[in-house]
Write a protein that binds this ligand. Structure first.
Ligand code: GRF
Length: 189
């Protein structure tokens, strides 16, 4: 199944998906890596892996989020992708793109949803004093970080944890969870 991966930055989750897609038995292949930031480090990783990449700079569209998304949608369609994986794509989507890919767009979020939607999840987890933290892959719906949950991975919070330490342990789990959940999702179609 051809997929598009949308990124904005570092692209470590994208890299995990690239590595999974290199396995012969994995059910997805990457048709496109798209970034809204032309300088995203992840674009270099994707190019080095020989993948088709495109940057569609949201800043060129001013306040017109939908105009940007129309270009994004057109690029995804042109690639032949049937599923979209958001991987650190730091744009809140309008109903246009969400509805266009309803049921076929996944996101990874660095908390155990429904706890701690939005940004700064590791700080929030420490401030709340939770004992368990982790990450979630979910389907994208109009509400931010609200769609049906497809899978979660947990870590235990230690008493001396910092946001950075939590972030790095959660990120390890993200890199395992996203490829596993995507494969299950495709195989269940
Ligand atoms: C990850 O923590 C992801 O869960 C969140 O943004 C971060 C992206 O990291 N949505 P990377 O670009 O995949 O390295």
């Amino acid at each position: 199944t051809p997929i598009a991966i949308l990124i904005s930055g570092r692209g470590s989750n994208m890299r995990a998906l690239i590595e999974a897609c290199e396995r012969p038995d994995y059910p997805a292949r990457i048709a496109l890596v798209l970034s809204n930031r032309p300088d995203a480090a992840g674009l270099e990783i994707a190019r080095a892996a020989g993948l088709q990449t495109i940057a569609i700079d949201h800043k060129l569209f001013g306040k017109d989020r939908e105009a940007h998304e129309h270009k994004v949608d057109a690029a995804i369609r042109a690639s032949g992708a049937k599923i979209v994986c958001l991987a650190g794509y730091m744009r809140v989507l309008t109903p246009f793109l969400v509805n266009m890919w309803e049921g076929r767009m996944l996101n990874i979020h660095p908390s155990l949803l429904p706890a701690f939607p939005g940004l700064h999840t590791h700080e929030a987890a420490i401030a709340a004093g939770v004992k368990e933290h982790g990450c979630t892959v979910h389907l994208v719906t109009p509400g931010v970080d609200e769609g049906p949950i497809l899978g979660r991975a947990k870590i235990t919070v230690q008493s001396d944890d910092t946001p950075d330490r939590l972030a790095s342990r959660v990120l390890e789990q993200e890199h395992r969870l996203y490829p596993a959940v995507l494969a299950n999702f495709i195989n269940a179609q």
